[in-house]
Design a protein around this ligand. Structure first.
Ligand code: ACO
Length: 447
């Protein structure tokens, strides 16, 4: 039983023969957490039902639905109200003002939106570090055709750091070294992403063009071929900047927690980021927009219907891709922004939009359905993001790679915050053992 005391500075826990006080931690926006860091010490030897518990008790929260793993100054989410802010700025305002992804990445990583001079300096760093070591060509050449781009990305990010051993030992407290490492990682992940695509489709690798900004350069490496340059339209560049901005950070989700957990062992930035890419690859996390597009295509090919999909979700045979979120119990603010942009994008590119129409039908039915209302299931960012990427020409198997490129900004910031947290310990959860009680070996039995 946990009761808040009058002063609301602590919680009282009654357990067995003991009553203990647990302090509260209060966040900027009034979020409250019960600090259980001393729980085991405070309950060491407590008597429960007549049994003494040596070592004390622990909390039990698989999936961490009720557990805070850190204090963070980077991103604020209020899922009940559908709010997302980076360093205090509302995501809708950042999107409306039209900040480019690199501005937003700098905000997330360094804490402030850049001045013109800071932007120019960082852009120079990105440009100077956009090439991979030429030996990395052998790495790409050694891969089997049609390899999963996320597996390639994860391996290549780690591999690229081997050519810059100094990066594997940067001091997160050294602003200059950290800024250089952040720029290298952001720049190289874009080059690797485009190279892995070219490799997968059997086209020659295109080197970055130092004249182009971050997003244009990426589109150039993805879509130009030696005998045909590619010119991205302003509409496509804007849409991709928006996509990257909306995915740049999302507090302690599965991949970010992975980055922080790996970093808590003092693993370097590149190894930690690479593990984040692996975590993001799962269909319940970064892969959901692929599932959404596949589902919408099935409807457009008349292999299923919108109503059939809703029925399957309600009977728990499937989880409707692109719906639901661990935090958002209202419309995901990113989904709202992307949906508006997709509408504009398809109009401006003169694309016919059967998938968008089907998605809107699905949303309309779901939002008025009792099951979805009761469970507070709304479209998440993935519901419309795949349609946006598809309209820009990004192939489905690159969707999660695009997400990883964006989230690199958040991972870099979160890794550094983890490393610089005073007194941070290696992350090491506990467990409740439910296996066999102690058994003895039958010494007569043969091996
Ligand atoms: N369709 C149908 N029912 C759903 C859906 C869905 N998409 N999502 C959740 N539910 C139901 C669950 O079956 C559960 O029902 P119950 O209470 O009767 O058991 C209830 O809603 C709560 O769902 P959980 O799975 O417990 O919620 P959780 O927070 O663990 O999972 C998740 C959130 C993984 C996003 C889930 O909603 C899901 O699988 N959605 C589809 C995949 C998806 O879109 N993922 C992208 C997430 S956003 C991102 O990573 C960028």
């Amino acid at each position: 039983m946990v009761n808040f005391t009058q002063e609301t500075t602590s919680a009282t826990l009654t357990i067995g023969d003991r009553v203990i006080e647990l302090p509260l931690v209060v966040g900027t926006e009034g979020e409250v957490a019960i600090d259980i860091r001393q729980l085991r010490q405070q309950t060491d030897g407590v008597a429960i039902n007549g049994n003494l518990v040596p070592g004390g008790v622990i909390s039990f929260d698989p999936g961490y639905k009720n557990t805070g793993s850190c204090q963070s100054e980077i991103t604020y989410i209020n899922g009940e109200e559908g709010i997302l802010r980076y360093r205090g700025y509302n995501i809708a305002d950042l999107a409306k003002k039209g900040y480019r992804f690199i501005d937003v990445a700098m905000l997330i990583i360094f804490g402030e939106l850049p001045t013109a001079a800071e932007r120019a300096n960082f852009r120079d760093l990105l440009t100077h570090n956009e090439l991979l070591d030429e030996d990395m060509r052998k790495f790409f050449d050694s891969l089997p055709p049609h390899g999963d781009p996320m597996a390639i990305l994860s391996a290549a990010v780690q591999c690229s750091s081997l050519y810059n051993p100094e990066l594997r030992a940067i001091d997160p407290a050294d602003p200059e070294g950290f800024t250089l490492a952040a720029a290298k990682l952001l720049s190289k992940v874009r080059t690797i992403a485009a190279f892995s695509y070219k490799k997968a489709i059997g086209q020659p690798i295109r080197y970055p063009n130092p004249e182009l900004d971050y997003v244009r350069n990426f589109l150039h490496m993805m879509f130009s071929i030696p005998n045909k340059p590619y010119h991205a339209s302003e509409t496509e560049v804007d849409a991709l900047n928006l996509f990257l901005t909306l995915h740049a950070d999302h507090e302690q989700n599965c991949s970010t927690s992975t980055v922080r957990m790996v970093g808590s062992s003092k693993a370097n930035l590149f190894d930690s980021a690479s593990s984040g890419i692996s975590a993001l690859a799962g269909p319940l996390h970064g892969g959901a927009n692929i599932a959404v597009v596949n589902m919408l295509e099935k409807v457009s090919r008349e292999e299923t219907t919108v109503n059939e999909l809703i029925g399957l979700a309600k009977s728990k045979k499937i989880k409707l891709p692109g719906f639901g979120h661990r935090l958002y119990k209202k419309y995901d603010p990113r989904a709202r922004i992307i949906k508006q942009k997709v509408d504009k994008l398809l109009g401006e590119l003169n694309h016919d939009a059967p998938l968008f129409t089907i998605a809107q039908q699905l949303e309309e039915i779901a939002l008025t359905d009792d099951y979805f209302i009761a469970k507070r299931l709304y479209p998440n960012v993935d519901f419309y993001s795949g349609i946006m990427l598809r309209a820009i020409g990004i192939p489905v198997n690159m969707f999660t790679v695009m997400f990883a490129m964006a989230r690199m900004a958040g991972w870099i910031a979160q890794w550094r915050e983890e490393m610089l947290t005073p007194g941070a310990a290696i992350q090491r959860p506990r467990q409740v053992y439910t296996g066999a009680p102690e058994r003895t070996i039958d010494w007569e039995m043969g091996i």
